[in-house]
Design a protein around this ligand. Sequence first.
Ligand code: HEC
Ligand code: HEC
Length: 366
Amino acid sequence: MLSCCRFFIWLLPVIALASCSGCSGPDLAYPEKVRYEFAPHTILESTDKVKTYDLKEDKRDELTKLLLPTFGTPREPLVNVDDASQEIAILKLGKEQLASGSKLFRAQCLHCHGKEGNGLGTTSPLLNPKPRDYRQGKFKFVTTVRKDAQGKPDTALASYPARADLFHTIENGLPGSGMTPFKQDAQQIEDIVSYVIHLSLRGQVEYRLTRQWCDEDEKPQDKDVARELKDILKQWAADAQSVYQSQVTWEEIEREGTATKWAKGRDLFLYRAGCPDCHGKNGMAKLEEVPNIATMKDDWGHPIKPRNFTQDAYRGGEKPIDLFYRIRLGMKPSRMQAADQSKITDADVWNLVGYIKSLEIKANAQ
Ligand code: HEC
Ligand code: HEC
């Protein structure tokens, strides 16, 4: 039964793709009258307490209208704000790119991620993990590091993705989730990346103003839209250009690691880096050993399970460099924090990567 469902789920994007031959044709644009709509925002407030921010019908309408001149419609998406031309250029949010991205998104992504990028597409109820809700601006698969107030990179802070991170996610898919690879020409993926950023910016402004209205009973105005959007754009453009650079390379570590069967990595994993707290001592994330994972939730309030390194696919890619970034920077919306920069060096992280990969090989050899 399970495998039959899985098959069906994997097939859906294929059906969606098949039904969009000639993806750039004008008929793929959303109809004129279609508008972005409001859906409640669900967040994890504390360990396992989920909170929903919602608005009554009339307020939903007002907020949607307020956002219209800045973000346009699904057919003619915009990011329209003064004094942010540099950020808009860095993030490639021009009208033409967004219009093209919107068509491609409608054909390929809509049924999972929803028109607003809220993760509530028609296929969503069938899926676990759930398609991403972009409206909190939180992403798991990043290579970027945020700088603190003094301009120093701080891996403990969450960071917006680089365009290349979103490109990687779209091109390679997320193995082990419903999201398959979307192989197409690079320019098309670039356009979709722009559109995902547009949806995320719109969603974040909507989210912040919804909270302002709910928490402070303060009706949002035009100036609030511009203020929040500029704030988010500035941070996003800064993060997107701040890719974490490792002090050492995989090649420098690999030879000794292989020769010693990754003894250093094993020691780090078991005793110094805190990994067994969630992944278990043998990396299999078994409930009997780590019962705390039974109720673990991600930042959107969905249940989340640590990876079993002996059998699960790596979602963000299986190359050593992909795993380096997951461990160095964490997958912050999923509870997995960045490995502590003050205790775990870049060389240590590569050793952890090698050790984890050796678990997978052992399982395959059995
Ligand atoms: C069959 C459903 C499905 C389709 C179609 C799909 N996705 Fe996803 N997408 C998912 C799921 C599920 C996740 C969350 C996986 C996870 O959290 O491990 C996701 C996550 C993402 C993320 C978040 C990555 C991160 O760093 O957190 C992005 C961005 C994304 N998808 C973009 C797209 C785009 C763009 C398209 C269309 C080209 C698309 N997706 C099509 C299901 C889908
Ligand atoms: C607080 C719990 C927690 C700790 C501690 C933790 N992880 Fe994770 N880890 C997770 C969860 C949850 C996931 C799955 C996230 C998801 O699917 O979104 C995960 C996923 C991963 C992945 C999969 C990445 C991918 O692309 O699929 C790797 C690799 C990983 N962890 C390595 C480590 C290592 C190494 C350590 C120790 C330095 C560690 N983790 C510590 C919770 C944790």
